[in-house]
Design a protein around this ligand. Sequence first.
Ligand code: COA
Length: 181
Amino acid sequence: MLRGKRVKLGPVKREYIESFLKWFNDPEITQNLMAFRPMTRMAEEEWMENLKNRENDIYFSITIPKEDGTEKLIGNCGIHRIDWKNRVGEVGITIGEKECQNKGYGTEAMELLIDYAFKTVNLHRIELYTYDFNIGALKSYKKVGFIEEGRRRQFVWINGSYHDAILMGILAEEWREKNKK
Ligand SMILES: CC(C)(COP(=O)(O)OP(=O)(O)OC[C@H]1O[C@@H](n2cnc3c(N)ncnc32)[C@H](O)[C@@H]1OP(=O)(O)O)[C@@H](O)C(=O)NCCC(=O)NCCS
């Protein structure tokens, strides 16, 4: 369990499936991701079942505390396609509960994830792609410390037009420097 000021990163639990199905069948969410097909319960169950076999991916749930002391699931995040030789990973994040977006939770969750990726997993470089219209994501990632490194021009067709995919990256030494007290 990784604890921040407000958010916690924890394991993905079977009981989260209803929320995952809601988020990943919502075009307002999926337009920002690679997903465009409907997400079936069968596919989601299979994905959850296979998590334990995925040595090159590390997934977390994102929760915030509720007033009654229980946890509210608001999203998920993870490190993917980990290249253990070069110590590079790609990160992804979704704050699926839309009323919880733009409140700083995504930035805090990403900071916890990056800190874990560098200090625990011992990665050297972390990268991600986001689309040019995803202003909230771009702003959040820059705040975390990611730097824009390049663009895949007109890489994705979304809602009737092409958009650039923006490559962003952060190095372990940059993270250390940013967090030096
Ligand atoms: C992208 C995402 C993870 C960011 O998490 P979040 O909790 O919503 O983001 P934060 O509140 O930490 O930061 C977003 C910032 O962008 C700002 N923002 C959002 N939309 C904006 C817009 N259209 N114009 C200007 N600023 C905008 C927010 O106000 C906030 O800035 P602030 O902290 O200075 O107020 C989340 O919105 C999300 O999951 N979206 C849907 C799925 C997705 O896009 N995943 C990422 C794919 S790369």
